[in-house]
Design a protein around this ligand. Sequence first.
Ligand code: ADP
Length: 266
Amino acid sequence: ESKQVARPEVGKLLPQVKNVIGVSSGKGGVGKSTVAANLAVALAKLGYKVGLLDADIFGPSVPKMFQVEDAHPYAERVDGRDLIVPVEKYGVKLLSIGFFVDPDQATLWRGGMASNALKQLIGDAQWGDLDYFLIDLPPGTSDIHLTVVQTLAMTGVVVVSTPQAVALADARKGINMFTNDKVNVPILGLVENMAWFTPAELPENKYYIFGKEGAKKLAEDMQVPLLGQIPIVQSICESGDNGTPAALDEDTVTGRAFLTLATNVV
Ligand code: ADP
């Protein structure tokens, strides 16, 4: 049977938000959160008002990637409602399920609990005026995805994959989940992360360790745009760990790659 998922009207819940973009992946560990964080920072650098909601209940990584692990967002009373105030860093308004839950406990959550928490982080927070509201979704397909598409009118989804065959197969499934006639959320495009490896001492060399242009071919095959190709670079990993996203520095190859990605998304 084909049951249409009830989707909200544009602007109904967050009328001051112009675009809601989900960042998703078929598999974990392909760099979805890294891309979401850097895309948010790059959009802010381009002058847009940006919010990032970390909805990856099983591995929230926004607190670490923005070095705000100690933040304890508080609620403020506005017009008779208690609204959570997002944390601000690098020009991005941030909220993470990780601010409120011990990550070691997240896997014990029943679906309903996680979905309710997420609805509050969306609807009961002071996101204010935003040009881009990014949502770092959990990998694969889950109740959380359904909650997000039923709660917010999504502009579209950015899908992250490595060029590796197993990652691509799952990315394809993810794309089909969003574009099926029940959910019907547009795919803005694919990001090929870990597209190649370039060692610092041999900057001209590209090693295609996960295969060459797999995501590019998938994008062509599924007729969705290829929004960017991000190489494997040690500094991306390090900057994620120490809370200074690579996109902050546009004088680096990786910083420029994320800025190009951002310009392709807008
Ligand atoms: P996901 O959200 O898909 O689970 P993450 O963004 O957490 O993946 O990335 C997984 C790991 O890979 C992290 O340690 C991250 O720093 C690293 N990583 C992601 N993309 C790159 C890249 N392009 N170059 C180097 N390391 C990367």
